[in-house]
Design a protein around this ligand. Structure first.
Ligand SMILES: [Zn+2]
Length: 307
């Protein structure tokens, strides 16, 4: 067992890691865990929602803009490294961009898995986090990131898989990660949100919230049934209350995707702690028999301190 704990997050675009696991990243970074965030794409097809950033120069290279945002956001969460897997944003499901040959969703799966296997063999993470099988919201890059991560988790320890990586000047060694988690979409929290709005507990941006709450109602039920049918049950709840402020500061760095008037930023710290006290994950694969429910992604992997 490596003496340093390491967490590897694999997501489709810059901001997914903060949105789904920003509190956990801040918590583990503060503990001294080595963290590497891998994005499949640079998110270059994201729309710039903040008018102040919607300039010709930014529109010409949205990927660079979003990677710079990722840099700043991760610095808000702690000491976190990041890498790009090298693919192009595939665009929203059903868009013509899905067919672009350089897109993540058109890329050869075996090759993409090989790139991630090399990273796993190099940084030796015990724990991996990715999207759930349906990609949370079904974005093709999320679905692809989840698939590639599942396969890489299984193959990184196999000496017959990508054996060419094990020889030569850039040789790495096989590595068997211990646990693979998928983020759980927490639809129950929308109920809490609606209750806060209904009870008048949200003092800022109320018209915005009312609009958002009404908009969420129908899609909420559709999404709940679609995702509930496929996502795993929650097996780990990580208390992130002390890290919500850091997560909020990190989210605010993604201004191209979340303008300052985004509904996410309308809550007081106390309200945020009531809505999102934990970030939840579902254990997809494990080399050890975990004791569910867990409150720590590294449960069972920590070396006991000397008496
Ligand atoms: Zn995304």
């Amino acid at each position: 067992m490596s003496s340093q704990l390491c967490l590897l997050c694999v997501h489709g675009h810059p901001d997914d890691e903060t949105f789904h696991a920003g509190g956990a990243l801040a918590r583990y970074a503060a503990e001294g865990v080595r963290i590497l965030v891998v994005t499949g794409t640079r998110g270059e097809l994201g729309q710039i929602v903040d008018p102040a950033l919607n300039t010709p120069a930014n529109r010409a290279d949205v990927g660079a803009l979003r990677m710079a945002e990722l840099d700043r956001a991760l610095a808000r969460l702690g000491q976190i490294e990041h890498r790009w897997l090298g693919y192009r944003d595939s665009g929203m499901l059903g868009s013509g961009e899905n067919e672009n040959r350089e897109s993540f969703c058109q890329a050869d799966v075996g090759e993409a898995v090989g790139r991630l296997v090399r990273i796993i063999r190099e940084v030796k993470p015990q724990v991996l986090i990715t999207h759930n099988e349906v990609g949370g919201d079904g974005h093709p890059d999320h679905v692809r990131a989840a698939l590639v991560t599942r396969l890489a988790f299984d193959r990184a320890g196999d000496p017959d898989a990508y054996a060419n990586q094990l020889f030569g000047p850039d040789a790495v060694v096989t590595w068997v990660p211990d646990k693979l988690y998928e983020s759980v979409v927490q639809y129950g929290r929308l109920e809490k949100l609606r209750r806060l709005v209904r009870d008048g507990g949200v003092v800022r941006a109320v018209p915005l919230l009312l609009r958002a709450a009404r908009a969420w109602q129908p899609s909420h039920e559709r999404e709940r049934s679609r995702v509930a049918a496929t996502q795993g049950v929650t097996t780990a709840r990580v208390d992130v209350r002390p890290w919500l402020a850091a997560r909020d500061r990190a989210l605010r760095e993604f201004r191209s995707q979340m303008a300052p008037d985004n509904v996410l930023f309308a809550f007081t710290p106390g309200q945020r702690a009531r809505i999102t006290p934990t970030e939840d994950f579902s254990l997809r694969s494990a080399r050890l028999s975990p004791q569910a429910p867990e409150d720590d992604l590294f449960a069972g992997l920590r070396v006991p301190s000397a008496p």
